[in-house]
Design a protein around this ligand. Structure first.
Ligand code: FAD
Length: 386
């Protein structure tokens, strides 16, 4: 659903300008520094990019699911690090508070997340809790008077090294395994007993820091429980991830559009056998397949976003979006490297193609691996009584 065509048009134009004039010219700098420099983060804050999905009442833009998807498609046509820098605040690091926070929690955190004053993150995954998040969850939060004491380790948490606020899934009833035995806690950096590890050395996505989080007798007040009531943690995380899977699918489309642009440019300029390689039908097939798949992913994402905005159940649709768009992006990356030939393998010659190839590999792994989404799609099909 688009609430205000004119407002959205201005926002998308602003993002295109940011991508063209600031983000793309600084991609190599971000890669070399392995961070989005503060001057650019400041620019993103000034343009309001940290508050896209946060309600207007708390200083955000309150974009609908469809509007957010369209904005994400624009912002992801540059190094993925830029979107990742503000993306936890417009996604998994704020959404649980937006949907399930108490009025006091919303007032305390949403304005600071919307302005980008603090960076949020969602800490769900653990060394033994990946795809089996609920069954493997080992971080405990044990009640002690008016407080809870957390112990455990989180792994692979995006923006943990720079986060000021941690949305943490923990087990409040260690003897049970159901979703009702879990709760989400909102914990600020500086709380004794919470430390973050050294950033992981990753295959790609330089500039997007990811690390472990350690809880050692980390004592928080009962008021830190999201929504004020224990027992709703897993449900809140699933709600957050359901929306995020549409965002993530949108974030797979932006890099694919950019890579196809690069591939088209190269197909027109690179000459072999006396003509541009774009004249060869086998190269044309790779370009055509990429265009078709990008358009199909876009249609699926927009349709799913509209369904969600209408309040319909999208549990099946979000898995189709995330699965198809992330696999599509991987196939496009592979084809474009192929079109670049040897240059596509060498980052110093074919930046950003070589970089995108590494960066987009993650899309098929996080926020539910492709296999988990295939299982979810099949589960819905087999349950359908029709
Ligand atoms: C860079 C990065 C950033 C991340 N950011 C965050 C974050 O911000 N917050 C957060 O909480 N998590 C985050 N994650 C974690 C991410 O969501 C998990 O890595 C993902 O859910 C997969 O879990 P796993 O790595 O433990 O793989 P595993 O669950 O061990 O899976 C390994 C393989 O087994 C397959 N498999 C597992 N179970 C089944 C099954 N039942 N049927 C068929 N195949 C199966 C998987 O598909 C996969 O191929 C991040 C991960 C990375 C790498």
């Amino acid at each position: 659903m688009i609430r205000d065509e004119k407002k959205l048009g201005l926002l998308l134009e602003d993002v295109r300008e940011f991508v063209r004039d600031i983000a793309i010219p600084n991609e190599r700098r971000v890669e070399d520094l392995d961070e989005v420099p503060e001057d650019i983060v400041g620019e993103m804050r000034r343009r309001g990019y940290f508050g896209w999905s946060i309600p207007e009442a708390f200083g955000g833009a309150e974009l609908t699911t469809e509007e957010l998807a369209l904005a994400n498609i624009e912002l992801s046509q540059c190094s993925v690090a830029y979107r990742a820098r503000c993306g936890t605040n417009t996604g998994i690091g704020a959404e649980a508070i937006v949907v399930d926070g108490t009025p006091a929690q919303k007032a305390a955190y949403l304005p600071r997340l919307a302005s980008g004053e603090i960076t949020g993150c969602l800490a769900a995954t653990e060394p033994d809790a990946g795809s089996d998040l609920l069954g493997g969850l080992g971080t405990t939060a044990i009640g002690d008077g008016d407080a809870y004491v957390l112990n455990g380790t989180k792994r692979f948490i995006t923006n943990a090294p720079i986060a000021g606020l941690f949305t943490v899934l923990a087990r409040t009833d260690p003897d049970a395994k159901s979703g009702a035995s879990t709760s989400v806690f909102l914990i600020e950096r500086g709380t004794p007993g919470l430390t973050t590890g050294k950033p992981h050395r990753k295959m790609g996505q330089a500039g997007s820091p990811v690390s472990e989080i350690h809880f050692r007798d980390c004592r928080v007040s009962r008021s830190a429980i999201l929504g004020g009531e224990p027992g709703r943690g897993f449900r809140s995380v699933m709600k957050t991830l359901n929306k995020q899977r549409i965002n993530l699918a949108a974030l797979c489309i932006g890099p694919a559009i950019r890579m196809l642009d690069e591939g088209l440019r190269h197909a027109k300029s690179r000459r072999q056998f006396g003509k541009p390689i774009g004249d060869f039908q086998l190269v044309q097939a790779m370009l055509a397949d990429s265009k078709v798949e990008i358009s199909a992913a876009l249609a699926l994402v927009v349709e799913t976003a509209r369904k969600r905005d209408r309040g319909e159940d999208v549990a099946l649709d979000v898995s189709m979006c995330k699965y198809f768009a992330s696999e599509m992006c991987g196939r496009v990356a592979d084809r474009i490297v192929q079109i670049f030939g040897g240059a596509g393998y060498c980052g110093d010659i074919a930046d950003p193609v070589e970089r995108f190839y590494r960066d987009v590999r993650l899309f098929r792994l996080y926020e539910g691996t492709s296999q988990l989404h295939q299982l979810n799609i099949a589960k819905h099909l087999l349950q359908d009584p029709s």
